[in-house]
Design a protein around this ligand. Sequence first.
Ligand code: GRF
Length: 199
Amino acid sequence: MLNVTVLVSGGGTNLQAVLDAVDSGKIQNARVAAVISNNPGAYALERAKKHQIPAYCVSPKAYGTREAFHKALLDTLRDTEADLVVLAGCLVVIPDSIIREYRGRMINIHPSLIPSFCGTGYYGLKVHEEALKRGVKVTGATVHYVDEGTDTGPILLQKAVEVKPGDTPEILQRRVMEEAEWVLLPQAIHMIANGRITE
Ligand code: GRF
């Protein structure tokens, strides 16, 4: 059984998709062992609690230095005995010390077809604003392993989503979540848990 620890910062709809996929059997041989948020107000923490899953908040505001925060985050991850770390809407820039420890065992979901609309500054609605500004007709989502760069690690899965006339960033974000993110992330976890992906 693969122990999955999910790192979140906000609403946690991707976390919810993973929890639902475990419950429905779409994800097998894996369980969500813990959820960690940097943001005490993240609704994702409530979703975890409703599922009786240990939920931790490790906020940078509680630590005097960035180093102390990073150490607390690593210590918490270790405590959860994570085999796989999933970044699901996690806005913390993961430090090299954590990336080293979880190399090949940490994945991220990004709401575009990497290498488009990714890297520093491309998060949340910004990704979809830029896609609309550029006038692309197809966008999507990507699940990738995490390395030292921003959205640069090896790609695991991608799914395309149509951009439609009249789309706003909010409408496009919702479609990318429904059609791609909530499908891909559970699929990636299932594949890893069942030995169907190697880096
Ligand atoms: C998603 O679009 C995810 O791809 C991005 O941040 C958003 C998080 O949404 N990294 P949620 O917290 O899972 O609802």
